[in-house]
Design a binder for this molecule. Sequence first.
Ligand SMILES: *[C@@H]1O[C@H](CO)[C@@H](O)[C@H](O)[C@H]1NC(C)=O
Ligand SMILES: *[C@@H]1O[C@H](CO)[C@@H](O)[C@H](O)[C@H]1NC(C)=O
Ligand SMILES: *[C@@H]1O[C@H](CO)[C@@H](O)[C@H](O)[C@H]1NC(C)=O
Ligand SMILES: *[C@@H]1O[C@H](CO)[C@@H](O)[C@H](O)[C@H]1NC(C)=O
Ligand SMILES: *[C@@H]1O[C@H](CO)[C@@H](O)[C@H](O)[C@H]1NC(C)=O
Ligand SMILES: *[C@@H]1O[C@H](CO)[C@@H](O)[C@H](O)[C@H]1NC(C)=O
Ligand SMILES: *[C@@H]1O[C@H](CO)[C@@H](O)[C@H](O)[C@H]1NC(C)=O
Ligand SMILES: *[C@@H]1O[C@H](CO)[C@@H](O)[C@H](O)[C@H]1NC(C)=O
Ligand SMILES: *[C@@H]1O[C@H](CO)[C@@H](O)[C@H](O)[C@H]1NC(C)=O
Length: 897
Amino acid sequence: MGCFEIGALWLMVTIISIHADPSADEVQGECLGNRVQFTLPGSLSAGGPLELYAVNDTQTVLLTPHLAAQCGYTQKSDPLGNTIVSASLQSCYAEKQGDNEFRVAMQFKPYEFPTLSEKVYEVFKFCSHTVSSREILCETNYMEVSVRNAIPEIKTASVKQLPTVIPNLQLWRILLYSPEEKSFDKETLQAMGYSVQSSPTRLVMRSPYNTLETFLQNVDDVDMMVFKSVVLFRDRWMMALVESAAACPISGASFVGQMIYWRVPLHITPLVSLEVEILDVHMGINGRRLTSDEMESHNYTMTFNESHVVVEIPVGASDGYYKSHVLEGQYHVSYTIEPMLEFLWKEGQDETMYKVLFPITTPLTAWSPQVTDYTELELRVFDVFLGFFPPDVELLNITFGSEMLTVSEINIKGINLEEHSFPNNTKAFAVQVPFSEPHVQIKTFRPDLRTYVLDLVFGFVILPEHTAFSHSMVLEASSADTVLPHVGGSCNEDSFNIYIIYGSTPSSQIKIHLGHLELNEKILQQYEHHSNETHLVLIVPFLAPVVAFESVQLTGILGRIDVEIYDSLNNLSFNEFSLSCPFFVILSECFSNGTITVVLPKLESVPHLLPGELSLRDPSCKPSYSQDYYAYFHFGVTTCGTTRKFVEDTMIYENEVTWKRDAPFPETVLPDQEYRFTVSCVYIANATQNMILHAVSHLKEQHTDVGKGELTVSLRLSKDMVYRLFYHDGDYPVLKFLKQSLYFEVGMDRSKDSRAAVVLENCWATLSKDKESKPRWDLIVDGCASPKVPEQTIFHPVVADDRVHIPDHFRRFEVKTSAWKEDDESSESEGDTSVRRVFVHCDVIICHVDDTADGGCYKGCPEALNPDGSSSNRVRRSSGFSEEALQHVSIGPILLI
Ligand SMILES: *[C@@H]1O[C@H](CO)[C@@H](O)[C@H](O)[C@H]1NC(C)=O
Ligand SMILES: *[C@@H]1O[C@H](CO)[C@@H](O)[C@H](O)[C@H]1NC(C)=O
Ligand SMILES: *[C@@H]1O[C@H](CO)[C@@H](O)[C@H](O)[C@H]1NC(C)=O
Ligand SMILES: *[C@@H]1O[C@H](CO)[C@@H](O)[C@H](O)[C@H]1NC(C)=O
Ligand SMILES: *[C@@H]1O[C@H](CO)[C@@H](O)[C@H](O)[C@H]1NC(C)=O
Ligand SMILES: *[C@@H]1O[C@H](CO)[C@@H](O)[C@H](O)[C@H]1NC(C)=O
Ligand SMILES: *[C@@H]1O[C@H](CO)[C@@H](O)[C@H](O)[C@H]1NC(C)=O
Ligand SMILES: *[C@@H]1O[C@H](CO)[C@@H](O)[C@H](O)[C@H]1NC(C)=O
Ligand SMILES: *[C@@H]1O[C@H](CO)[C@@H](O)[C@H](O)[C@H]1NC(C)=O
């Protein structure tokens, strides 16, 4: 059965065409003592596999790995993709030519997937080698022994005339020791994978490792595989016997630090008797003997003691190579080198040449690539170097943050990626990524330090296995040239002036907390603000819900605004800022007809207050209006438990606003502070007039408008519809509820020219002092109520009294501010609906009244635009007046709750 298998291996092939040149020139053949070695460049087979054939005069035989080991051929490849084929000079197909000449010929055929190439390359090499009596070769895939087959000449010494007898000895049986003796004939042994070649002068026995008939023996602490045989030759009654044995080490390498130690026994006992004289020992690498100079330059050493020779090789020596591996997801390397030892020893007259080739691979060691960060902050480019890898590592892709790019995509994107090769056969990669790449994150671990962070994952593959592995790194570069965002502010008369300077942080990364609200675009639109790339200026009215009220006095309110700016990306607060401002605002008013009004805000110290639950001394006197933040009371001096007392010629009316909780607090809530507010009105008795009122809140100096010339016009806000008492400059901001009407009067106080008249051309309201600002609500357009919301503006007639001598010098109109709500889209946004701070502006024309009432100074308005019907802003400009007669008047701020 074995015979058939072997027969199939010894395959005959027909060569179609033989390309002896030019490629054969590229194939290096080298004689290395009793071996010959061919190096086939990887380029011939494009790094792919090759089929090998052994050739002699008559035969061309495909060398399978099995047959190669049986016949004395070895094939391996180096990391550069070259194929190295070596053959023993005693291999099956080597031809002996003359005493010391050998010719070894080979063919090889590259695979061109999916078929075998038609190309066949043939190479051969002549080598001379003086064969010793015995030669033992320990190749990586077989053990070979070649012994002189000196068949004795049998001389009939005593009988002169008889001729010398040369017996015709034929190989008869072979005894193998494993170690027990077994007997085989040659054919059986060949079929079992051994090789037996005998010629009249030489017997060659060869065995692959680990065959059944080899055995393991420990020689001076080194395990050796032994192939031992006795070959019997017979010629009828005569028999000769040749002993042959090969013993090859299979252990002996050890690793200490970065050194490889390889020890080989000096007395290989299965092969030698006790009286052995060692003539020569040589060390080599890759089958090639080295001179002592060569050894020294590579830091190889060879030391001897009584029992062993020890070869030391530094890991990483250039004759070996690194190989990459992935073990449990981790990158590892091993280092492989193939040292050789040659002994020449003598026993009696016989010399033995013993040669062992012994590839050593270090255990896998986990290996972290070396990362060198060459980033220079000023250049604003990450510059990283990743090395050093064996040539079997190939970079496939890099993941930048969350985006993976293949090597070719990286170059298209303009990211600089370079692969560097080094003389020690390693490679490395250099990548440059600008800070401006979207995958570079900016982090702020400390407010004054900006850190650029880039996550990189290098995706590699190991060739030829295509095993993938990756290497991740996080690059960081910190820049201290940061200008921190800053917030500050100042108190205005009736508002907070807050400014924010973004500094070097992108404004998109900055978030602003205004009180308890995060400032968004919608909320921002409710306030007067100015912004550019670097600054934000914000005017927050003091009654805005983001303002916390610390205390309330009759003279005004102490309000506080808290501003926090923070880095939304890193959840890091840059700056917290609090500004407390006193606002002198009249919260309570006392009217001459005995009505008292008071507006009371919610206080920060009483967070659970529901303004609607406030009441006067008489608990049934609840606010006339209330909201989340305010309560408005409107009561008479004789109602709601108001008390009165006389102090000299004054009368003092007093009441008190308190909070009597409707429902008790849940136990989990800490009780708030008490809320108690006293309202007083002082009326001064005047002998000639009935009463003149002075609310205690009127502490500020009162001004009267002083016109600059005869035709100076002023715009005033009346305290009521009677148009007798007006708010003065010091009273602003004036607080009003949206439900209250505003009564305006425009007038020339000092003119005595009865022919002059005042005409209101346009009147409108804005959120800022600037009359051109947006948004804007039109009140009077072209002398008539704004056609958009005609019902909001009502003209009132002016009649002469103590103050008004010439009614045409005055115009009066009432504005129902509640109508603004519908107009104002931003008021629908959550958060800040309850306060609006407005300024009112008018363009006024002073014209001459014609003699007849239907002249150019007069103009009617459509009925619809004049809901009052009877009275109107009826004076129109006359042709005799120049544009200079147009005057502009403004008033404000008026706070509308
Ligand atoms: C060629 O090799 C075969 C197998 O070893 C052998 O039988 C044959 O004799 C060899 N031919 C020559 C001419 O040496
Ligand atoms: C040999 O060893 C010496 C000393 O350790 C070292 O300086 C030198 O670089 C080494 N040579 C080689 C080729 O490794
Ligand atoms: C010789 O060296 C080898 C390897 O270092 C060691 O195992 C052995 O014991 C040594 N032999 C003697 C006789 O010192
Ligand atoms: C290869 O050469 C580079 C550059 O000279 C050196 O930095 C690196 O350590 C060397 N690598 C090995 C494994 O010798
Ligand atoms: C990227 O590289 C990894 C190797 O680490 C590999 O597994 C993956 O398939 C590669 N992806 C692409 C698209 O090349
Ligand atoms: C931005 O506004 C601030 C304050 O209003 C001003 O000081 C600054 O010059 C402005 N910057 C630019 C670039 O306009
Ligand atoms: C941000 O930080 C504050 C405290 O410093 C913490 O209470 C809050 O949960 C953090 N927010 C996030 C989104 O991490
Ligand atoms: C009383 O009223 C008259 C007339 O209006 C005025 O002249 C006088 O100053 C007032 N007296 C006081 C004490 O206010
Ligand atoms: C008193 O005057 C105020 C303000 O004009 C008005 O709101 C109120 O209704 C008046 N009260 C009475 C009782 O007339």
